[in-house]
Ligand binder design. Structure first.
Ligand SMILES: Cc1cc2nc3c(=O)[nH]c(=O)nc-3n(C[C@H](O)[C@H](O)[C@H](O)COP(=O)(O)OP(=O)(O)OC[C@H]3O[C@@H](n4cnc5c(N)ncnc54)[C@H](O)[C@@H]3O)c2cc1C
Length: 352
């Protein structure tokens, strides 16, 4: 029987464990961090295809939202909601252009007037002249989702750090960990930012950008933000407990800053922006989470067969959106059900 090790217990490893277990494949997860991962535990969790780098990326992200819907149909109690996004990161002509570009792709876009924005968000302080609403978008908590998927998969989870992959005659034979050697006939790297150093000894260079992200949670508030809100200088959503969840950088999906700056300054500036958005609310700092985003050198996912037989790779930014669909497609490919054209542009052997 195939001994499959998935390295990594974030949303990517968890979604893969779930999809393989549905095919009757027993898997073991090996992870430094507990179920819920690393970037997954700091994520904003916005599920969308309105942000994309090229058309294949758009299509994969769009299918990512569909795959999330399939998960919520298959499993109960998942932390995924579909409140839609009210967006005015761009204004004027640039906003109208975004609307027509997305509509041309078949994306659902509603164009809202100032009065319609005020109607949907009565608590909003500064109201824009116009905004877009993307009704198909939602939010998940990737760490909670990862734990639910691991539970549903029945996968065994071992807390250990993989130090090296073992390879014989061009085929993976297992991993070396701080707990000792673990044999396997198949190894899947869902290791986020930890992926390049595991691949380097095999002569495979995976460039990984340095993109730190800080997520802030406030105290619980009365309902003020029933949508994902994306303004020119702040993205924010409100979770089931009433807390505002807010990235510390504007336009965080495309944020290319390599450092965060002074922590108290960044946190206070974010809180100040939230207080301006929702005046009259008593908004205080409650919690923060920081992680490096796993952004491959060209910004696009890296998914597929690795440089030796039996080794597979799944590493990506926007993994909150993408992991469920990538897991569906990669599990099918691993099980010999064929390769999806949706992954064609994201193969590990492309030039970086
Ligand atoms: C601040 C922030 C905001 C984000 N916002 C969004 C968003 O709004 N929408 C969106 O779609 N995406 C968003 N993302 C991106 C998304 O969260 C990530 O792409 C996704 O969580 C990656 O999941 P992962 O499972 O691949 O990696 P991770 O969650 O990082 O998990 C990697 C796992 O690999 C393990 N690991 C690594 N190396 C080893 C090793 N050598 N041995 C054993 N285990 C190892 C780690 O312990 C961990 O369990 C955001 C990310 C951040 C940080």
């Amino acid at each position: 029987m195939t001994q499959t090790l998935i390295i990594g217990a974030g949303i990517t490893g968890a979604a893969l464990a779930y999809q393989l277990s549905r095919r009757g494949e027993p898997v073991t997860i090996v992870s430094t961090h507990a179920e819920g991962g690393l970037a997954s535990a700091a994520s904003f969790g916005w599920l969308n295809a309105s942000y994309f780098l090229n058309h294949p990326h758009y299509r994969l992200r769009y299918e990512g939202m569909a795959a999330h819907r399939r998960l919520t149909e298959a499993l109960t109690g998942l932390p995924t909601t579909w409140q839609g996004c009210l967006w005015y990161e761009a204004t004027g002509d640039a906003q109208a252009e975004t609307a027509s570009d997305l509509q041309a792709l078949g994306y659902q876009v509603e164009q809202l007037t100032r009065a319609q924005v005020k109607d949907r968000l009565p608590a909003l302080g500064p109201v824009p002249d116009s905004a877009l609403f993307f009704p198909e978008e939602g939010v998940s908590d990737p760490a909670t989702l990862a734990r639910a998927l691991i539970r549903a998969s029945g996968a065994k989870v071992i807390r250990a750090t993989v130090q090296d992959l073992t390879v014989e005659s061009g085929r993976v034979t297992g991993v070396l960990t701080d707990l000792g050697a673990m044999p396997a006939s198949r190894v899947i790297l869902a290791t986020g930012t930890g992926t390049p150093e595991l691949l380097a000894p095999l002569g495979y260079r995976l460039p990984m950008l340095k993109r730190p992200g800080l997520m802030i949670a406030t105290n619980p508030l009365p309902p003020v933000c029933p949508v994902i809100l994306a303004t020119p200088d702040q993205e924010v959503r409100q979770d089931a407990e009433g807390r505002l969840i807010a990235p510390a950088s504007a336009g965080h999906q495309s944020d290319s800053a390599e450092s965060l700056g002074s922590f108290p300054v960044v946190v206070n500036a974010t809180l100040q922006r939230l207080r301006t958005l929702f005046p009259g609310q008593h908004i205080h700092f409650a919690h923060q989470a920081m992680a490096l985003r796993p952004v491959p050198g060209d910004g696009l996912p890296v998914v597929g067969q690795g440089p030796v037989d039996g080794l597979w790779i799944a590493v990506m930014h926007s993994g909150a959106t993408l992991a469920p669909v990538v897991a569906e497609l990669l599990a099918a490919e691993i099980a010999g059900e064929g390769q999806s054209p949706l992954l064609a542009e994201f193969r590990p052997n492309r030039p970086f």
